[in-house]
Design a protein around this ligand. Structure first.
Ligand SMILES: NC(=O)c1ccc[n+]([C@@H]2O[C@H](COP(=O)([O-])OP(=O)(O)OC[C@H]3O[C@@H](n4cnc5c(N)ncnc54)[C@H](OP(=O)(O)O)[C@@H]3O)[C@@H](O)[C@H]2O)c1
Length: 281
């Protein structure tokens, strides 16, 4: 029985994979939290991987505190770059399949058209730089690995924009949301399914793939859709990014082109409007 190791098991994506795993009982699943697979201590990480001996690794663990990364550069790089490098090396040496997850923040947001996998990167913040370094290390140490870049991830598990909006829209009469950052949200359960589709496919074609839900929206439009589905009465205002300063810069435009993953893995990607409904079930 093949063993799949999921790192960062208590995160949004890790938790969705745990839900999905009940449909894939032909695998032995190992869901590892930070004590079982420790991404900020390479010595311990190496021992843990050697003990678990997975056939497949879904590397869902990451340093994801985008704003905090601006002042915790070393920690962000330790988890998003050095640990990825070690994991990729382990997978090459042990003939283990690796699906690693990356981000739209490897781009600077100056494009006006959907970004494909070959688009030049230029990370917009420290978190993005640490994730880009991880991508490079991953493909260098194990050229047979698959990296999925995703954006605006949300889930019923963990903290995310949708859950924050659901709470604020019940608490407040007015909320302002930035309307000049364009992208597409990703329902983590959909991404989890895409990862399984890749693993189950007879094709394993290494390299970088983009994945998000279909649709092209701003955070403001996303908030309007959340309001509509939740039936909230709160007023939503659109504001420019400049009126909502954050320690880390965000890309103005980070829509990912999904043609490659759709063509190679024959994926039918849901529109964000469809997937968002599941947050209200
Ligand atoms: N969230 C987004 O909007 C977004 C957008 C684009 C790309 N991504 C990428 O998508 C992937 C999944 O993200 P997500 O939203 O599921 O992230 P998440 O909910 O923040 O989960 C990250 C997981 O990593 C774990 N982790 C953090 N530091 C660790 C350490 N030192 N050792 C071991 N585990 C550690 C966390 O453990 P604890 O639970 O113990 O904290 C958490 O379970 C990541 O690679 C992320 O960079 C996310």
């Amino acid at each position: 029985m093949k063993k799949i190791l999921v790192t960062g098991a208590n995160g949004q994506l890790g938790s969705e994979l745990a839900v999905l795993s009940s449909k894939y009982t032909q695998y032995k699943w190992v869901f590892a939290d930070r004590t079982q697979v420790t991404l900020d201590d390479l010595g311990i990480l190496k021992i843990q991987l050697n003990q678990i001996q997975p056939d497949v690794i879904f590397n869902c663990g990451a340093y994801t505190a985008v704003d905090k990364a601006e002042t915790e550069k070393e920690k962000a790089f330790a988890i998003n770059n050095l640990a990825v490098e070690l994991i990729a090396k382990y997978t090459r040496e042990n003939n283990t399949k690796l699906i690693h997850i990356s981000t739209d923040y490897v781009f600077d947001g100056t494009s006006a058209i959907a970004l494909d996998e070959d688009e030049e990167t230029n990370p917009i913040n420290i978190y993005g730089a640490s994730k880009r370094a991880g991508e490079i290390a991953c493909l260098k140490e194990n050229p047979d690995s698959i990296i999925i870049r995703t954006s605006w991830v949300y889930s019923k598990f963990g903290n995310n924009f949708v859950k924050t909006m659901q709470r604020l829209m019940q608490e407040r009469e007015v909320i302002n949301v930035v309307n000049d950052q364009i992208g597409s949200p990703t329902y983590a359960a959909d991404l989890a399914q895409a990862m399984m589709a890749i693993l189950e496919s007879p094709e394993w074609i290494s390299g970088i793939y983009n994945y998000s839900n279909e649709g092209e929206i701003s955070w403001y439009e996303f908030a309007l859709r959340i309001k509509e589905l939740g039936g909230y009465i709160c007023n939503i205002g659109g504001i420019p990014s400049g009126s909502y300063p954050t320690p880390a810069k965000r890309p103005k435009f980070s829509l990912l082109d999904k043609k490659k993953i759709k063509d190679i893995y024959n994926l039918n990607i849901p529109n964000y409007k469809e997937s968002l409904k599941k947050m209200f079930l």
